[in-house]
Design a protein around this ligand. Structure first.
Ligand SMILES: *[C@@H]1O[C@H](CO)[C@@H](O)[C@H](O)[C@H]1NC(C)=O
Ligand SMILES: *[C@@H]1O[C@H](CO)[C@@H](O)[C@H](O)[C@H]1NC(C)=O
Ligand SMILES: *[C@@H]1O[C@H](CO)[C@@H](O)[C@H](O)[C@H]1NC(C)=O
Ligand SMILES: *[C@@H]1O[C@H](CO)[C@@H](O)[C@H](O)[C@H]1NC(C)=O
Ligand SMILES: *[C@@H]1O[C@H](CO)[C@@H](O)[C@H](O)[C@H]1NC(C)=O
Ligand SMILES: *[C@@H]1O[C@H](CO)[C@@H](O)[C@H](O)[C@H]1NC(C)=O
Ligand SMILES: *[C@@H]1O[C@H](CO)[C@@H](O)[C@H](O)[C@H]1NC(C)=O
Ligand SMILES: *[C@@H]1O[C@H](CO)[C@@H](O)[C@H](O)[C@H]1NC(C)=O
Ligand SMILES: *[C@@H]1O[C@H](CO)[C@@H](O)[C@H](O)[C@H]1NC(C)=O
Length: 893
């Protein structure tokens, strides 16, 4: 026994010594196990030399022990480099601010990929994702890294086409090329040679010609493929039928955000292994496929954003494994089948934005015990959807998010909500409820709520004066009939109470109780008193709208705190006094709307510091002095709307206005301006050309649609400038997109320039009450403007449509005088058009960022975005409008 113990002790001592020796050796010799192969080390050094590395991520790549360099992994057995992980550690999706972006930008690698990598004969893993290779092509030699199993080049700004040589990587299991700006030709045969492939992501890679048929055919020979991600590839088609289906293992298929506009290909529903099918954000047409019986594993079905029509078949109830069903934004009509209530695994039920009709009863909802999110809205005009739930109904679910919109929910505030104690988002907008909000609701909602909107109902009574939200909360009670005082609720970040009957003053302690306030909209109530000075101390405020009240007094004098203020609308009140000089410190201000008040004095020159200003509306006040010339300086250059109508401005129209190359709306009418129209219209031409960095026709078309919606976007208006004299400049023809031109009641003389006939968008013209002379030019657009009143009270004008004949003209084509349908031109509509965009902004912004980085041509725009925060809306329109539009549509649903 003793001997044995001794033996064991000796053995133990021996092993301990060996181990200590080992540790000693290790400490003097670095890594005794993994040696670095010299030619591989040299190859890595060469590879590093090709790269740019501003943040020094590869600073550990020195010395002999390449297996210990950051991002390098060697085989424990052979010491050969098997893995290179050079992913940018700062993820793009984490970017929330300019400084985040800077960190991201600093930490990416760029430059070139050296073919020295070919010396790493055992490399099976290569990750260069989230870097920035500024549009260079993926090098052909990558196709010769024969052992690669994992290749991740996602979001790395590679350009050109993917070299077909990648098809030689017969061991490749994972190929992620997501979000590179390269465009694919339609030859996808190389993909079909990737016989080991399990995961393929070519999302956000533009495919020339959108050849989805060839692509799917090439991929359909990869029986081991598990995940296929083809979102946002510009695909126009998918094969409607396939001779055979070899995608027998596929679990994830994502073809969202393309241009697919056929019926939904039925072969998709034969892939019985599918767990997630995302067809959202396309233009799929036709009825809902009634062939779901094979899909025994399906958990996620996303069909939003399409044009699927007709009834939702009752067979939907057979998808018993379904956890997420998103049918929003289609044309599904008729009733929602009761069988939906059998989907007992459902967590997310999203049915917004369809023309549903009929009734939703507890049969639909009874078994949905696991439901966490419910989103329903109807766009049916005649026969809108209605809920039929008793007040004492007890739901089996505990919702976390609930959006019900444009659906008849009941007559009064639903009592069954009381059971939904986990709600963090509640939207009951335009659901027909009226009367008081019960007392319990406030207590209940202050506990978990983060987003509360009861917008557009007939709720009345008062709201509690004090309330304490346990989480930061967005609150929108707009367009109801609430009365009483404005409440002071703590931890509210956004308070929207417009269009109610609130009265009394704005509470003076509003800043103390809700110092995190970002948005405050109290417009269209019956508020009086003055603005408490403390509002100017809300540091996070970026949205302050107090228009259409009876507020009076002077504006707060100190505006130095709300550095991020973007919208300030105080219009239609009784404010008096001057614009405080300190408003010049609102360097983020995009919209300053002070119209219809009794403000006076000159525009303070400090406003020149508001370099983000996009819209300045001072109309209908008593402002005086000259129109400032500094307006062309700095960022004010980007001003798009300048409305100074009905004030006491005097002097000449400054020539500097010509340099406002982004100007789309100029209204100087009803002032005491004198002089002539500046002879610099040619410099307005920028305004009428497409100045956006867009490339594709699609973007452009979308942009003009936006323009059409916000009609005034291209207006220019100079009417009733007293004593405006001289001739209409010939250069006016350069304002090619001018829609309205009103030069009436001036003292303009001379002929009407013939260039005006090239204003093809001109639809409202008024030249009456001037001293114009000569023949009215004809042709093109002017031909359609045949209303006599356009030219009346210009005794020296002649020719059609006037009855006065010009010397030498024989015919008289006098036409009946038609009443002029002059538009009521009003900057507000424009303004509210922008404002209306805002809720989608945050979403849209980050979506766009997701692609921006990678599309070279968009980076320019992106930098502008960051430099000029106020440009955000503009960029939304131009950068990727199609996707944004869909997103906004979905948000609305
Ligand atoms: C190599 O060894 C280390 C530690 O002994 C271990 O963590 C690692 O997983 C091994 N690597 C491989 C590729 O086997
Ligand atoms: C590729 O890298 C990105 C980010 O760097 C990551 O999100 C993605 O999941 C990776 N792809 C695969 C297939 O692992
Ligand atoms: C790799 O693929 C390309 C094109 O697909 C082909 O021309 C080339 O011969 C292949 N190279 C090897 C080493 O197989
Ligand atoms: C695809 O499936 C068909 C029929 O099931 C079969 O004949 C063919 O060999 C398969 N092709 C591949 C590449 O697996
Ligand atoms: C649903 O829409 C189709 C056209 O897509 C129409 O033919 C049908 O009558 C509608 N059904 C109901 C119930 O409105
Ligand atoms: C509130 O609305 C209910 C239901 O429409 C109505 O009966 C009641 O008179 C309203 N109360 C007030 C104070 O307007
Ligand atoms: C306000 O909200 C934040 C974040 O949601 C939370 O952490 C904090 O506790 C809340 N403040 C109070 C006083 O409840
Ligand atoms: C405007 O900017 C100038 C210089 O950039 C600065 O001196 C001035 O104080 C600023 N005015 C205001 C009101 O911020
Ligand atoms: C128009 O702008 C150009 C350059 O910006 C300038 O040289 C020219 O003088 C301007 N024309 C007028 C009439 O102001």
């Amino acid at each position: 026994m003793v001997g044995k113990t001794n033996c064991s002790s000796i053995q133990l001592l021996f092993f301990t010594l060996v181990y200590l020796g080992f540790l000693f050796l290790r400490s003097i010799n670095g890594d005794p196990i993994v040696h670095c192969i010299e030619n591989e080390r040299i190859a890595l050094v060469k590879f590093k030399e090709g790269l740019t590395d501003p943040s020094g991520r590869l600073s550990s790549w020195v010395g002999d022990h390449c297996c210990r360099w950051r991002g390098v992994t060697c085989s424990n057995r052979t010491g050969r480099v098997i893995k290179l992980n050079l992913q940018n550690p700062f993820e793009f999706r984490e970017i929330r601010s300019l400084s985040d972006y800077k960190s991201f930008e600093n930490s990416y690698l760029g430059g070139e990929l050296s073919s020295s990598l070919l010396s790493l004969k055992h490399l099976n893993y290569l990750d260069l994702s989230q870097n920035y290779f500024s549009g260079i092509s993926i090098p052909i030699f990558i196709g010769s890294l024969a052992r690669l199993k994992y290749l991740n080049f996602s979001s790395s700004a590679f350009g050109g086409t993917v070299p077909p040589h990648l098809g030689n990587l017969s061991r490749l299991c994972y190929l992620d090329l997501h979000g590179n700006s390269g465009s694919e030709n339609n030859d996808f045969q190389w993909l079909s040679r990737l016989s080991s492939l399990r995961y393929l992501d070519m999302g956000d890679v533009t495919f020339n010609g959108g050849g989805g048929v060839g692509l799917i055919q090439a991929i359909n020979v990869l029986p081991s493929l598990l995940e296929l991600h083809l979102s946002t590839c510009g695909l126009y088609d998918l094969p409607l039928t396939l001779p055979f289906l070899n995608l027998t293992s596929l679990t994830v298929l994502d073809v969202s955000s393309n241009y697919l506009n056929s019926s939904i290909p039925l072969w998709l529903f034969n892939i019985s292994s599918l767990v997630s099918l995302d067809l959202s954000d396309n233009y799929f047409r036709g009825p809902f496929p009634n062939v779901l019986s094979h899909m025994s594993s399906l958990q996620v079905l996303k069909l939003s954003g399409n044009q699927i029509s007709g009834q939702l078949p009752a067979s939907i109830g057979r998808l018993s494994t379904l956890k997420l069903l998103d049918l929003s934004g289609n044309q599904l009509n008729g009733t929602i089948p009761n069988s939906i209530g059998r989907l007992s695994e459902l967590k997310f039920l999203i049915l917004g934005g369809n023309p549903w009709s009929g009734v939703i009863s507890d049969v639909h909802l009874m078994h949905l015990r696991k439901l966490r999110q419910l989103k329903i809205s109807s766009i049916s005009q005649e026969n809108p959807l209605a809920f039929d739930l008793r007040d004492d109904w007890v739901p089996s679910f505990r919702l976390e998010k609930m959006y019900i919109r444009d659906v008849q929910l009941g007559l009064t505030f639903p009592a069954w909500l009381r059971t939904q104690t986990q709600l963090s988002t509640l939207v009951l907008a335009n659901v027909g409820i009226s009367g008081n909000i019960p007392e319990w609701f406030w207590k209940f909602s202050s506990r978990k709520m983060e987003y509360l909107s009861l917008y557009e109902n007939q709720l009345n009574g008062t709201v509690p004066n004090l309330l304490h939200f346990h989480h930061e909360c967005f609150v929108d009670l707009g367009s109801n009939q609430f009365e009483g005082r404005i409440p002071v609720w703590s931890n509210v970040t956004d308070l929207y109470l417009s269009n109610n009957s609130f009265s009394g003053p704005i509470p003076s302690n509003i800043s103390r109780m809700t110092s995190r306030l970002k948005g405050l909209d109290l417009s269209s109530n019956f508020l009086n008193g003055s603005i408490p000075p403390s509002i100017g101390k809300l540091q996070d405020l970026n949205w302050l709208v107090l228009s259409n009240n009876q507020l009076s007094g002077k504006l707060p004098q100190d505006w130095r705190s709300p550095e991020l203020l973007y919208v300030l609308d105080l219009s239609n009140n009784n404010f008096s006094g001057k614009i405080p000089t300190s408003m010049g410190s609102l360097t983020s201000l995009g919209y300053l709307v002070l119209s219809n008040n009794s403000l006076y004095g000159e525009i303070p020159s400090s406003l020149r510091n508001c370099t983000s200003l996009r819209s300045l509306d001072l109309g209908n006040n008593r402002f005086s002095g000259n129109i400032p010339t500094w307006i062309r300086e700095n960022g004010a250059l980007r001003i798009r709307i300048l409305r100074l109508r009905s004030n006491l401005f005097s002097g000449k129209i400054p020539k500097q206005l010509c340099y406002l190359s982004f100007l789309h709306y100029l209204d100087l009418a009803h002032n005491n301006l004198s002089g002539s129209i500046p002879q610099c219209f040619e410099n307005f031409t920028v305004m009428s050309s497409d100045f956006s960095p867009t490339e594709s026709g699609d973007d452009y078309n979308e942009k003009t649609k936006v323009v059409a919606k916000g009609r005034e976007l291209e207006y220019s208006l100079f009417s009733n400038l007293y004593l405006l004299t001289g001739q209409i400049p010939e250069e006016i023809g350069n304002l090619r997109k001018l829609e309205t031109l009103d030069l009436s009641k001036n003292k303009l003389s001379g002929p009407i320039p013939s260039s005006m006939s090239s204003l093809t968008f001109l639809s409202n013209l008024n030249l009456s009450y001037n001293e114009l002379s000569g023949k009215i030019p004809s042709g093109n657009q002017l031909q359609t403007l045949d209303d006599k009143s356009i030219y009346m009270q210009n005794p020296l004008l002649c020719g059609p449509p006037l009855s006065a004949k010009c010397p030498g003209d024989e015919t008289n084509q006098g036409q009946g005088l038609v009443e002029s349908e002059e538009e009521d031109i009003d900057g507000f509509e424009m303004f509210w058009f922008y404002v209306g965009m805002a809720p989608g902004f945050v979403v849209g912004f980050w979506i766009i960022c997701g692609t921006l980085l990678l599309k070279k041509s968009w980076r320019y725009a992106y930098f502008q975005l960051l430099e000029d925060w106020a440009d955000k809306f503009y960029l939304l329109f131009t950068v990727n409008i199609a996707r944004l539009r869909r997103k906004l549509r979905l948000e609305r649903n």
